[in-house]
Design a protein around this ligand. Structure first.
Ligand SMILES: Cc1cc2nc3c(=O)[nH]c(=O)nc-3n(C[C@H](O)[C@H](O)[C@H](O)COP(=O)(O)OP(=O)(O)OC[C@H]3O[C@@H](n4cnc5c(N)ncnc54)[C@H](O)[C@@H]3O)c2cc1C
Length: 473
């Protein structure tokens, strides 16, 4: 009767969990474990919104395991010490886990693996988070890709040979040990309850992820290519936090889309390529983070190292963070983020451009704020997103592309529904003023909405001049 330990981390699901499936097929007894180790993710410990999600996702995993007569053994502390303790108590000779890709996580897992193997414990690791491992995709010179389109062409061609997702394990193979701490002891939830809107918006956990995917397939997939840029619509899948915590795998999503499309009549069949391509960006972000692990802190493109950012300005940053810049689309996005822990991708680009170009604050400040407030905060995607907008990243938008928040709002929120939703002070304004309220200052009196903190055209000009000057050096 061999026993194995399965260590859950960012793979908080039972279906299509390769480490869990492999352990279940090889061992009679399984001990499912989650160890809370905030210090091991430095310098990127989970932010407040991520901790909120994690609490609920672990609750959901506990419920799912209980349904199968099992239970999640929960601990807090040093991973290696706790694993050694559990191995001793359970008599397990093998530890299973799914791999992670952040530099700190890789260093931690490498250290733990070596220490366990030194003590004769076998360690088996798997890929649960990506279609392909970052090292499995290389260009013709055998090097990592730096440009998305050829990367995607290579990866897309390999997707057809992906095996189907694995089912959840069967019941009655679970081991239970004393010493598990209650979830609340991890203190993941905020003490000041700012999470009211988040509770209404999300259902963290494996079941919530599947429901979100199903709703997306039925309600938005067919129109995704057109609607994905409209922040007022539910035109995207909102699966990013579920993907980040591993409550659903990209392989499950791919198969679900294929199955959904096959069930429909040929003439109604949705084109799933635009959506797969976005998941391709997620894979590309992980490819970049793995091969260029310095990029969460340093420019991918070192030519930006001498760029003349403005000194950090707390007053400016606070207005941006709180959605009080006086630029409606920027403020609407920042308030959506504050209240729900999520922001539409189009608006993420606009608020990031405003911070790094109009205000010329370093992209680090934005990346850190997103890290604390996003429920989908993900080191690979966040680094790619910020460096892409700032112009310093791999395959990035050129620096001279400065998003104009007014033009963006007129194009992607033409009826102002998104603006009215997140800016109640402006909700009664006529459409032309809603997009540019400063055009009639008398209309702003008594509404409590600020006038613009910066002149968009002038600050754009200054940003471009700074960019030109830094190129000359
Ligand atoms: C400045 C900035 C910061 C960002 N930070 C994050 C972050 O911390 N975490 C995060 O998951 N995404 C981040 N993104 C990417 C993107 O905004 C979100 O993935 C997307 O908005 C999530 O919504 P969705 O699930 O409805 O996306 P959908 O449109 O439904 O896309 C499906 C999935 O594809 C992936 N995806 C989509 N667009 C991108 C993209 N541009 N880059 C990488 N993956 C993508 C996501 O996993 C997403 O869930 C950032 C983008 C920008 C511009």
């Amino acid at each position: 009767m061999s026993t194995a330990l399965v260590l859950f981390r960012r793979d908080l699901r039972l279906i299509d969990n390769p480490a869990l499936a492999a352990a279940c097929s090889a061992h009679a007894g399984i001990l499912p474990v989650y160890i809370h180790t905030p210090g091991e993710n430095d310098p990127w410990p989970a932010g407040a919104a991520s901790r909120w999600w994690l609490h609920h996702s672990l609750t959901s995993l506990q419920t799912e395991l209980r349904r199968l007569q099992g239970s999640l053994h929960l601990r807090e502390g040093d991973s290696l010490c706790i694993l050694r303790d559990l191995i001793k108590q359970s008599g397990a000779a093998t530890v299973y886990w799914n791999r992670r890709y952040e530099p700190a996580a890789i260093a931690c897992d490498t250290r733990i693996k070596a220490a366990l193997r030194d003590h004769g414990i076998e360690v088996q690791t798997y890929n649960a988070a990506l279609w392909r491992e970052p090292w499995q995709i290389a260009n013709q010179q055998g090097e990592p890709y730096r440009v998305f389109t050829p990367y995607w062409r290579n990866l897309r061609a390999q997707l057809e040979s992906t095996p189907p997702p694995a089912p959840e394990p069967s019941e009655s193979r679970w081991i239970k040990l004393p010493g598990s701490v209650p979830l609340r002891a991890l203190q993941l939830l905020p003490t000041i309850r700012w999470d009211g809107e988040m509770n209404k918006t999300w259902r963290p956990g494996e079941t919530g992820a599947r429901q979100m995917l199903e709703a997306f397939c039925h309600e938005a997939l067919g129109d995704y290519a057109q609607a994905r840029d409209l922040p007022a619509r539910h035109g995207t899948s909102r699966l990013s936090p579920h993907l980040h915590f591993g409550e659903i795998s990209p392989r499950q999503i791919h198969f679900a889309l294929l199955q959904h499309a096959r069930r429909l009549d040929v003439r109604q069949r949705p084109d799933i390529e635009p959506y797969l391509r976005q998941l391709g960006w997620r894979e590309f972000a992980h490819h970049l983070l793995y091969h260029f692990p310095h990029t969460p802190m340093e420019n991918f493109n070192s030519r930006f190292d001498g760029f003349p950012w403005q000194p950090p300005d707390d007053a400016l940053l606070t207005r941006w963070q709180r959605g009080r810049t006086g630029i409606p689309l920027v403020d609407a996005g920042m308030r959506e983020l504050w209240h729900t822990g999520w922001m539409h991708n189009r608006v993420r680009m606009v608020v990031a451009s405003f911070l790094t170009k109009n205000l010329r604050q370093h992209w680090h400040h934005g990346a850190h704020w997103f890290w604390d407030t996003l429920v989908d905060a993900n080191l690979a995607n966040n680094t790619l997103g910020w460096q892409w907008v700032a112009g310093s990243g791999a395959d990035a938008a050129p620096y001279f592309r400065v998003f104009n928040p007014v033009a963006q709002a007129k194009k992607f929120d033409p009826q102002g529904m998104y603006l009215r939703r997140w800016l109640p002070e402006l909700a009664q304004l006529p459409l032309d003023l809603l997009h540019e309220p400063w055009r009639d200052p008398s209309q702003l009196t008594g509404r409590g909405y600020p006038s613009p903190m910066i002149d968009l055209a002038e600050s754009r000009k200054q940003a471009l001049a700074a960019y030109q000057a830094s190129k000359m050096q």
